[in-house]
Design a protein around this ligand. Structure first.
Ligand SMILES: [Cu+2]
Length: 153
């Protein structure tokens, strides 16, 4: 019986763990959009402490009808945004969404976002787990340079 018990414990430990246990979210924030805008950009850092890459296949938010992952790239001197269907947080690594680079694009804002407001996101992983993100809206016009991302390089 003792062996059986140990076996079931081992099985439990081997089951896929919640992605949220392996992914930690750092410094999430949303740039306060201009009053007439119906989109806003969000930024955060995702750390993956696990041994496997984690694929994030969708993002949801009560604040926006169509949240998307976007990348930024330079083409012929112009910055272009491109939608990414999914993003990967590498094993024992991180994925950064920061101004001028990858970002969450909140398209179709459902409400006005004011500085200090809180916006919740849900990131869905390919293995069926979810990562909750709690972001604060920041008015970048009032922020000193270099402190916008909540982190330092
Ligand atoms: Cu964008």
């Amino acid at each position: 019986m003792k062996i059986k018990y140990l076996l079931s414990v081992a099985l439990l430990l081997c089951m896929p763990t919640l992605a949220s246990a392996e992914i930690t979210v750092e410094g999430a924030w949303v740039r306060m959009p201009p009053p007439v805008a119906d989109t806003a950009a969000g930024y955060l850092i995702l750390n993956n402490s696990g041994d496997a890459d984690i694929n994030i296949i969708s993002v949801e938010s009560a604040a926006a009808a169509h949240p998307e992952f976007h990348s930024m790239s330079m083409h012929e001197g112009m910055m272009h945004m491109q939608r990414m269907e999914s993003v990967v947080v590498p094993a024992h690594g991180k994925l950064e969404f920061s101004p001028g680079g990858n970002h969450l694009m909140l398209k179709g804002l459902k409400r006005k976002l004011n500085a200090g407001d809180h916006v919740m996101f849900k990131l869905n992983t390919s293995d069926g787990h979810a990562v909750d993100v709690h972001a604060e809206v920041r008015d970048m016009r009032k922020m000193p340079d270099g402190h916008g991302g909540g982190h330092h390089h």
